[in-house]
Design a protein around this ligand. Structure first.
Ligand code: CUA
Length: 170
């Protein structure tokens, strides 16, 4: 009888964690996805890859200021360049990249940030990066896209924060 109880407790010691661990992981997943809004940068829209140049917002590639310290970049990737390939923002900015490809699959990777997405023809990707420290942040295509893939790059220049009197220019 006593031996039977010991075996039961031994089994229980495995059964409980094997239930608790997946449940804990599921709860962590739900909290990060719906509470902290951490998710894979996925498709947020579609665009006809043959009409990228005439489809908003990609008909006007470039940096748009939404509010002080908040920017959006409408970016088009193509073999073998990004448009725009250089942007300037003040330190402390949140920069949302709205990007797509007009030909083949490209990548968009900014080292030292959590920004790392695929740019797929016909799909619009959206990801926000925060830049606290002034400096030059290069970005790269990291999906092999042909002969000059290694040349496909650009940079984000984060400028020292301006005083509020002079901030706000384009
Ligand atoms: Cu674009 Cu590699």
């Amino acid at each position: 009888m006593k031996q039977g109880t010991t075996i039961y407790l031994y089994e229980l010691a495995w059964i409980l964690p094997s239930v608790a661990i997946p449940v804990g992981m599921l709860v962590a997943l739900l909290v990060t996805a719906f509470g902290a809004h951490i998710h894979m940068p996925g498709m947020v829209g579609r665009v006809n890859p043959n009409k990228v140049d005439s489809s908003p917002p990609f008909d006007r590639p470039g940096l748009v200021q939404l509010a002080p310290g908040r920017y959006e970049v409408n970016m088009v990737a193509q073999t073998w360049s990004f448009n725009p390939n250089e942007i300037h923002v003040p330190a402390g900015s949140d920069v949302t990249f709205v990007a797509t490809s007009r030909d083949v699959v490209h990548g968009f990777f900014i080292p030292r940030t959590a920004t790392n997405i695929m740019l797929i023809p016909g799909q619009i990707a959206r990801i926000t990066a925060h830049f606290d420290h002034p400096g030059t942040y290069p970005f790269f295509c990291h999906e092999y896209c042909g002969l000059l893939h290694h040349m496909m790059a650009g940079q984000i220049v984060v400028e020292p924060e301006q005083t509020s009197a002079s901030a706000g220019g384009q």
